[in-house]
Design a protein around this ligand. Structure first.
Ligand SMILES: C[S@@+](CC[C@H](N)C(=O)[O-])C[C@H]1O[C@@H](n2cnc3c(N)ncnc32)[C@H](O)[C@@H]1O
Length: 281
């Protein structure tokens, strides 16, 4: 039998037209694991769907069903193995870097790959970067690999993510540049990293607004760049975020250098980023 072209074709004999439409065609691949969300109406078919996905993508060893939203401060999610090896750990390759992750215990999204590379390309030689929400180190390691940054301080509160970050720093040979730090971003900056950075990353759109003062505090006294992640709603994707920043730091001079839609999040709602130059007014 020839290999089916896509998930829809692979399931044509198992699911009705309506079920195929409900299933859609969206899933993520991280290393050798696929993650798929299923509507409740298709839960009885989850095993067939998982096996079909493995048939279509020959390199997969496991298919996970995402059983709930990304949630909580640590941004993790409930996952269920529906086909293949019963595991949640894998190694993902992106722009020449390797990221080992346990998808059930840390945050990771392959959908941010383009944004990570965009940031890495902005970093100038000799810069000190502070990443307030570094996860398993993907932004930080990509920066270390694709720029001549001097240091990338990489904070995360999730001890498991920091363990993986140490491993990833080692396998990508970025130990001279990336410095993993376990802890709360506010406490770590206040105690150790005040006034150190030319550039601050805030890749946590759900809570970035609560940490804007921390990002400003992390910058060198002469100021620098803050990548501020937020949610933007149509039709005004960026202006409310910019207004928030200007109102939250009225004593600062804030220039918008760039702005991007990182990805679509829900109907009319987008994950956005503002690249801000922040200095004293
Ligand atoms: C959306 S994830 C982004 C991780 C990583 N930058 C990436 O793109 O894969 C946000 C990360 O922030 C961490 N986090 C949440 N609150 C934090 C805090 N107060 N201080 C430090 N890290 C925090 C979570 O553990 C999580 O790993």
């Amino acid at each position: 039998m020839s290999c089916p072209r896509d998930l829809q074709e692979a399931l044509r004999d198992d699911l009705s037209e309506d079920e195929l439409e409900e299933l859609g065609s969206s899933f993520d691949i991280v290393g050798d694991i696929a993650i798929i969300k299923l509507p409740d109406s298709l839960l009885d078919e989850k095993q067939e769907i998982g096996e079909a996905l493995m048939q279509v993508h020959g390199n997969l060893n496991t298919v996970l069903r995402q059983a709930g939203p990304v949630k909580g401060e640590l941004r993790t999610r409930d996952l269920e193995v529906i086909a293949g090896d019963p595991k949640t750990e894998t190694t993902h390759r992106e722009y020449g870097c390797l990221f080992k992750v346990d998808l059930a215990r840390v945050y990771f999204s392959p959908r941010l790959s383009r944004e990570r590379f965009r940031i890495a390309q902005k970093v100038r030689p000799g810069e000190v970067v502070t990443n307030l929400f570094a996860g398993v180190g993907c932004y930080s390691i990509l920066i270390a690999k694709h720029s001549d940054a001097e240091k990338v301080y990489s904070i995360d509160k999730n001890g498991v993510a920091v363990e993986y970050m140490h491993h990833n720093v080692r396998i990508n040979k970025t130990g001279g540049t990336v410095v993993p730090v376990e802890g709360d971003a506010r406490e770590v900056v206040e105690e150790h990293l005040r006034g150190e950075a030319d550039r601050v990353l805030m890749p946590l759109p759900d809570f970035a607004r609560d940490f804007l003062d921390v990002a400003v505090e992390a910058l060198k006294p002469e100021g620098g760049i803050v990548h501020f992640y937020d949610y933007g709603e149509e039709p005004d994707l960026f202006e409310p975020s910019l207004r928030f920043v200007r109102e939250a730091a009225p004593e600062k001079e804030i220039e918008l250098r760039d702005r991007e839609v990182v990805r679509s999040y829900a109907p009319h709602l987008y994950h956005v980023v503002l690249d801000l130059e922040i200095g004293d007014s």
